[in-house]
Design a protein. Structure first.
Length: 544
């Protein structure tokens, strides 16, 4: 039997025993939480001692909505445009040219992290960088991309393709020929066709695992494990069989827009769960996109865009009866449905579907997830709690960033832009609030900055040159609420609260150690916190 004694200032997230000085772990499970003296008495003589002194030990942090394969792919398989900060086309050019020069053996180039603004670019921008091989530049959010001429030829994007999808999704020039810019459906059709292999994906997933663990995360929710490539679940499975997975991944499998047969799709996902799910990669539901993103004019709003009267965004999965069927069938299999719901119209639609599904199932504890929640009405905040739905909110998206905030005001109006990203209201309504980063769609998956932005609704001065401003301060929350939104509440989302999310007897011994008391230290000190170690199954898997 493996035994270890963990010493330090332990914040348990257990209401019955919120603080302790020691934990005893036996075979990866908490066997005792309390005093150091008692832990040493109960431990065997050969128990390993991990003494973290005056540092603070928390339950292992859990990310509710991210994209593991994409994170690894962007880290080691693509040109990273996010290092340019906000929109900077000369810098993007420099980054892509450098990546191409360092990887001359590649036959296909991809760059990600492009931030769109009012400056419009087309395929000629990329043709000037690379004209002899396919080159694709994708937005950080993943909902839009620009292709050079060679990439368009590879993807089969021509006038007929544009006509099929519509000119809002495939932009064309004055001659009716595609100009290289596409968004939403065409993007999600093309991304899974990008050249890769299971071995490539395994390499990306291991790079992602190292990143997540080094940030203090011990479990994550993969919001669409197949969304980048259909081989990704197989890669997860093979890595677990090889004993290489440490980071627990709870996966939602990708469902295409208005899927022809929701019942058949849930049956497919359930069969896949039975075949490849394990301890470290486990399938728990389905993921669908209801809409796009406001900055691309594809977020599904409750009202028209101010600069495009008569248009309220892209309705992707908008078939009410099919969504109800998807929820009902998932419930039969003990699974939930996780949706991308950015605009207020998408959220209103989804809650109506959940309400009708619950009339059929009688289950108000399915824990369906609505992620992003840029704009939400008071009515829908109440309905979120009443239906037992899980609001996955992004604290690090809350600040008013120059340019991006101005864009929101131009698209939806100042009043709505100033009410963006509610968090406290969901707590007040009684919902099970969880934080998400959407990494790598967004550039950060970070514990200390999540605490900071949830309280201050802006970034600390060292980030982005200190140019952001607080927004919607009425939605600021307490540190305790933030801690729960990154631990026990996410465990509840996964139906794993009996195993994860707090430091309690009988639970899996996942912990993260920081040099900061997130609950009581000055908030500016929180922004400077450093990770000390990450512990999974009682084993120290990362040490700073």
């Amino acid at each position: 039997m493996k035994q270890s004694i963990i010493l330090g200032n332990i914040i348990t997230v257990d209401e019955k025993r919120p603080f302790a000085k020691a934990a005893l772990v036996k075979d990866g499970v908490f066997a005792y939480i309390g005093s150091a003296e008692e832990a040493k008495k109960l431990a065997g003589a050969d128990a390993q001692v991990l003494d973290y002194g005056d540092n603070y030990i928390y339950p292992g942090f859990i990310e509710s909505h991210c994209h593991g394969h994409l994170a690894g792919y962007r880290a080691i398989g693509q040109a990273d445009l996010m290092q340019a900060g906000f929109t900077n086309y000369p810098k993007y050019r420099e980054i892509m040219m450098d990546f191409i020069a360092r990887n001359p053996q590649r036959n296909f180039y991809l760059a990600s992290g492009w931030v769109e603004n009012e400056e419009y670019v087309n395929k000629s921008y990329l043709d000037e960088i690379c004209s002899d091989k396919p080159l694709i530049m994708q937005t950080g959010g993943g909902h839009s991309m620009l292709l050079n001429t060679k990439a368009m030829e590879w993807a089969g994007i021509d006038a007929e393709y544009a006509k099929k999808w519509g000119y809002d999704l495939v932009h064309v020039d004055k001659n009716g020929e595609p100009d290289g810019y596409i968004c939403e459906g065409p993007v999600f059709e093309i991304v899974p066709k990008l050249p890769t292999s299971v071995e490539d994906i395994k390499e990306y997933l291991l790079a992602w695992q190292d990143f997540a663990i080094s940030g203090g995360f011990t479990a994550v929710g993969d919001a669409g494990a197949e969304v980048v490539h259909p081989y990704a679940p197989q890669a997860y499975y093979e890595l677990e069989q090889e004993g290489k997975l440490k980071l627990r991944t709870y996966a939602y499998m990708y469902v295409t827009d208005n899927i022809a047969s929701p019942k058949a799709e849930i049956a497919r996902i359930a069969a896949q769960r039975a075949e490849i799910s394990g301890e470290y990669f486990h399938i728990i539901g389905a993921k669908a996109f209801l809409d796009g993103v406001t900055e691309a004019h594809t977020g599904w709003q409750n009202q028209d865009y101010l600069d495009q009267p008569g248009y309220h965004g892209a309705e992707r999965f908008n078939d009410h009866d099919k969504m109800v069927e998807l929820i009902v069938e998932a419930d039969k299999e003990g699974m939930s449905v996780h949706v991308h719901s950015e605009g207020g119209g998408a959220t209103h639609f989804m809650l109506g579907c959940i309400e009708d599904a619950e009339k059929i199932t009688g289950n108000k504890d399915q824990r369906n997830v609505l992620a992003h929640l840029h704009f939400v009405t008071d009515e829908d905040i109440r309905r979120m709690a009443e239906t037992g739905s899980v609001p996955a909110v992004p604290p690090m998206w809350t600040p008013a960033a120059p340019g991006m905030y101005d864009q929101e005001v131009a698209y939806v109006g100042k009043e709505l832009a100033d009410q963006a990203y509610p968090i406290k209201s969901f707590y007040d309504a009684g919902a099970n609030v969880v934080f998400h980063s959407d990494y790598p769609v967004s550039p950060m998956m970070n514990v200390k900055y999540s605490f900071y932005t949830a309280e201050k609704r802006t970034y600390p001065k060292e980030l982005f040159g200190g140019v952001t401003s607080p927004r919607n301060m009425e939605e600021a929350i307490t540190r305790e609420q933030s801690l729960r939104a990154m631990t026990i509440n996410v465990a509840r989302q996964f139906h794993q609260e009996h195993r994860l999310g707090s430091i309690e007897f009988g639970k899996i011994a996942n912990m993260t150690v920081f040099d900061c008391d997130f609950l009581h230290d000055d908030i500016e000190k929180v922004a400077q916190a450093n990770i000390v170690a990450t512990i999974i199954d009682g084993e120290e898997v990362y040490k700073a």
